[in-house]
Write a protein that binds this ligand. Structure first.
Ligand code: AMP
Length: 278
């Protein structure tokens, strides 16, 4: 694996390989787990060269303590990337990524930025748009790989690609879960065993919605799912709802392609998860 820390060095390498190699790109914030590795595996299947970036992007954190406490485990990340045959690692500094200071997107990306994560984490997606656009400009991949785990992020990245990078293919990869059902996340590292055991109720609640969707009354189904989560005194719900899977607007009827989305606080950690209801 070749590692780069500067934009200049990586750009020179990309210029050299791009004419003859298909470049797959997996952006991450590190503290890698099987969820990230599944994206790398997918890229390796269909691309010649897989580039993974690790960058904890300050502009997408709307909470200073979340940024400060975000796990940083670079030694372990390097080991995982090597074991899984990643070809290129990009590990830039904040200065490399933001040479003109921490400005972020000001363009209007529409209503979808104002719902769910957009509503609860103001400015978060503007930070995501900024960093993904900067990384796309540097890596210039043919294909990019994102996880369905961050469902709304996939919608936002699809819009960014449509507007600014139509040459880049977007591949959305399935959510990797622990055997308990808990969606893998770097933030799970901050959960103790009891919290982790209770956090799997989030997936149980989403599965409950999926099972009853189209059969039971939707508000009742959502209430039941909320009860599953709040049966643990350790969990508090930020949102749990069903939305149109394309634009996250409220669904009109059970024929709409729908997704159930949840954000739940477990101790010091905010967890998100989702399930498609088809
Ligand atoms: P992060 O490091 O959390 O920014 O995630 C980097 C990429 O990995 C994003 O595209 C995430 O959606 C994806 N990802 C994170 N967790 C999972 C998971 N459990 N399953 C699949 N993809 C994931």
């Amino acid at each position: 694996m070749i590692s780069f820390t500067t934009v200049n060095d990586l750009s020179a390498y990309i210029r050299e390989i791009k004419p003859t190699k298909t470049i797959g790109f997996v952006p991450t914030m590190g503290a890698l787990h099987q969820g990230h590795i599944s994206l790398i595996e997918q890229s390796k299947k269909i691309c010649d060269i897989t580039v993974c970036s690790i960058f904890v992007n300050p502009t997408q954190f709307n909470n200073a303590s979340d940024l400060e406490n975000y796990p940083r485990l670079i030694e372990n990340d390097l080991k995982l990337l090597l074991e899984n045959g990643c070809d290129v690692l990009f590990l830039p500094s904040v200065e490399q990524m933001y040479p003109n200071g921490l400005q972020k997107n000001e363009e209007d990306y529409g209503q979808v930025l104002k719902l769910f994560e957009g509503l609860h984490r103001p400015g978060h997606f503007d930070g995501v748009i900024t960093v993904v656009a900067r990384l796309f400009d540097i890596v210039k991949p043919h294909k990019s790989f994102f996880g369905q785990k961050d469902y709304q992020q996939c919608i936002v990245v699809a819009e960014l690609i449509k507007r600014k990078f139509p040459e880049i293919e977007l591949h959305i990869c399935p959510i990797q879960r622990e055997t308990s059902g808990l969606a893998m996340s770097s933030r799970n590292l901050r959960l103790n065993e009891t919290q982790k055991a209770d956090a799997l109720l989030i997936y149980k609640a989403l599965e409950h919605i999926k099972t009853g969707f189209g059969q039971k009354d939707l508000p009742r189904l959502i209430d039941e799912a909320k009860e599953i989560i709040t049966s643990s005194g350790l969990l508090t719900i930020e949102y749990l709802d069903v939305a149109n899977a394309i634009n996250l607007e409220p669904i009109e009827n059970s024929n709409t392609k729908a997704v159930a989305l949840a954000a739940v606080h477990c101790g010091p950690v905010r967890l998100i998860d989702n399930i498609l209801l088809d």
